[in-house]
Design a protein around this ligand. Structure first.
Ligand code: NAD
Length: 358
């Protein structure tokens, strides 16, 4: 099978689904890689590096497999031939019209979001590889916006206390945020509704904030809180948040609007000059005053809700993503390099969101 790599056209999307290093390793396992001219430019990879890695420059949409980063637009879906396999983020729980259009077009669609979070599939876990970028970058943004130092400073002019950083929602992005804030010298605290996270938080040298609300759901994800639990959580967080210089929020529940963890009142209670970085902006945000995609100042507190942070580090984000895609591609193809998914494989069965009935 041939594998096509289109240029991503979404605003601000600088990633590319395969990079030269990974294409080199695909040699012999598929029938060749076709890259759209300019596909790597956002990640500063010129066409000739793809060619040196063994790819050709041409029309990726004519290939047997198309690999993408962002979900396809209706125009892109129109270019996919029936029977083509598509691998990429498809946002299947939210973008139901995209999924319906792929099914209608007879496309074999594999969603990176639906790869099960099991040990064997770790190499294909694109949610994790990209969440790491987000968690890291969120801390840098917070430090940049903060009116205060992160590390403790002992100088001839006196001593500055280290900043206190609270991370709400400690999945992959949250753990990376805690680790990054620690490296910058901050005093860190983590909070989540999944109790098993406490140990991971402590292992990063952070304190665990226990509010006594547990909401572990299916597949290692959190469940949505009941109205009562939500009110209780918001009330307790309002008290806790006042003591922190920086709050980074990453709380998500698959397929739902992001939970509100930081109320307007909580922001009001923060010291002037404090910073909230809300990584849940794409799902509506974890802070009541969040404006997705914007940085606003409310009650002298900066609230930043950057969208698609992984695209702001296109080189490493693409490299990690490309390895995830190549690992899933290896399952989709058989030994002769043909598209022949083994549906008894739980990774393929779970990640496939559209499939032509035969
Ligand atoms: P996510 O992005 O879906 O959510 C981020 C965090 O927000 C989660 O930790 C969640 O518990 C938390 N959250 C949701 N609602 C909340 C609320 N109301 N209050 C506070 N916190 C709330 O999570 P993720 O980073 O994708 O991780 C999801 C799961 O996948 C975790 O269990 C993680 O350990 C697991 N995982 C497993 C593997 C693997 O084994 N291969 C790899 C990566 C992640």
């Amino acid at each position: 099978a041939t594998v096509g790599v289109p240029r991503e056209r979404g605003a601000g999307e600088r990633r590319v689904a395969l990079v030269p290093k990974v294409i080199e390793r695909l040699r012999g396992t598929c029938g060749g890689v076709v890259v759209e001219s300019g596909a790597g430019l956002g990640a500063l990879i010129p066409d000739d590096l793809f060619v040196s890695a063994g790819a050709t420059i041409g029309d990726p949409w004519a290939c047997d497999v198309v690999v993408k980063v962002a979900p396809p637009t209706p125009g892109e879906i129109g270019r996919l031939r029936p029977g083509t396999a598509l691998i990429g983020f498809l946002d299947p729980l939210v973008a139901t019209t995209t999924v319906a259009a792929l099914r209608e077009a007879g496309v074999l669609g594999f969603a990176m979001e639906s790869v099960p979070r099991i040990s064997r599939a770790q190499s294909m876990d694109a949610l994790s590889s990209q969440a790491n970028v987000g968690g890291y970058k969120a801390v840098l943004l917070a430090a940049e916006r903060s009116t205060r130092f992160f590390p403790m400073l002992t100088t001839a002019a006196g001593t500055v206390k280290p900043a206190t950083v609270l991370v709400l929602g400690v999945g992959v992005a949250g753990l990376q945020a805690l680790a990054t804030a620690k490296r910058l010298g901050a005093r860190t605290t983590g909070y989540d509704v999944r109790p098993e996270v406490a140990e991971q938080v402590r292992s990063l040298g952070a304190q665990w904030l226990d509010l006594g609300i547990e909401a572990a759901g299916e597949g290692g994800y959190a469940r949505e809180l009941t109205g009562e639990e939500r009110a209780e959580q918001q009330r307790r967080l309002e008290e806790a948040i006042t003591g922190f210089d920086v709050v980074i929020t990453t709380a998500l529940v698959p397929g739902r609007k992001a939970p509100t963890l930081v109320t307007a009142n909580a922001v009001k209670g923060m010291r002037p000059g404090s910073v909230v970085v809300d990584l849940a902006g794409e799902s509506g945000g974890n802070c009541e005053l969040t404006e997705p995609g914007e940085t606003v100042v409310r009650h002298d507190v900066t609230i930043a809700a950057p969208l698609n942070l992984p695209a702001t580090m296109p080189e490493h984000a693409s490299e990690l993503y490309a390895r995830n895609v190549a690992a899933l591609l290896a399952l989709v193809l058989d030994e002769s390099g043909a598209v022949a998914p083994d549906w008894s494989d739980e990774v393929l069965a779970a990640s496939c969101v559209t499939r032509r009935e035969s």
